[in-house]
Design a binder for this molecule. Sequence first.
Ligand code: F6R
Length: 364
Amino acid sequence: EKGGYDHFMLKEINEQPEALKAAITGRIKNGEPVISEINNIEEFIKNNLKKIFIVACGTSYHAGLTFKYFMNRYSKIDVDIEVASEFRYMNPHVDENTLVVAISQSGETIDTLEGIRIAKEKGAKVITISNVYGSTIPRESHGAIYMNTGPEIGVAATKTYTAQIAILYALGAKIIELTEGLNEEIRGILKGIEKMPEIYKEVLKLNEKIKELAREYVKYQHMMYIGRGFGYPTALEGALKLKEISYIHAAGYQAGELKHGPIALLDEQFPVFAIIPKDSLYEKMKSNLMESRARNANIIAITTKGNEEIKQLANEYIMVPETHEALYPLVMAPVIQLFSYNVAVLRKLDPDKPRNLAKSVTVE
Ligand code: F6R
């Protein structure tokens, strides 16, 4: 049942080429978004939509945050995001002109469910991205987009995270098409997603190198993940994956926030894991790496293939294929997942069953 892999988590990480393909089949065609699940709210999107509010927990929240960066850059619609456990108690500003985008792999997370109930009472439309057919949150939504990745058994979300991002981008593009009109750049991003299954095959081959890095870094008690722009949600997800399955304390920060406090933590015992693709924020990230190095922190960097300069900036590096800035969250996800997986295994932990965690969080 584990298909020859030692753990479900490793199997599911390696399934990402097929899982992502299944998620976008019929939803992205030659760079065009086709999301029939929102047919019934198309008129609402065209005529009423003023604000999108994203609601989710954990890894699904990180997919949502990636979506927020996408919508901020490519549309004029106001986008807000909150973790569901805060959203439901905060008097969220949603109304009949708001589209709530709920993201829940299991479709049963109680905080997300209560969040959409509140949003509906306030008159908002709700669309949910989920992996479980007929689960409660999609059933209570105005529209549901199922990820089609097949069941995810490992407690840590992996293939569903990348499927969520791909679907959210397609949904975002559809919303932009209905409101402001698509442009070539957005079509190019969607075409890039269509190529992702092939790119993943290449990224997954990095596992041997990632395992080597894990061997060197398993001894640390802490790890600081940093990123900017689209790299920031990836940093948060990297830190979450590491803490939940390897029990190493990890924090994810916007790299620009380092000097507002967290940089005080850095020294030779506190390494940095930098998300530093060759994108528009590369030079800014570079300064943050130099600041971290000046504190003697060891640095692992994930960057773009061909970026030779990284050898001077970081102690260790992993290179991923070049892609559009908005697609690095997808390209880099398997790397952070494999890193955490390997660290957990080296620590003799069962990555499929992290202590204190459940796959479906149906209690508050
Ligand atoms: C982390 C993880 C959790 C879930 C969170 C939300 O690997 O799996 O953080 O993402 O509990 O679950 P869903 O998406 O089912 O609402």
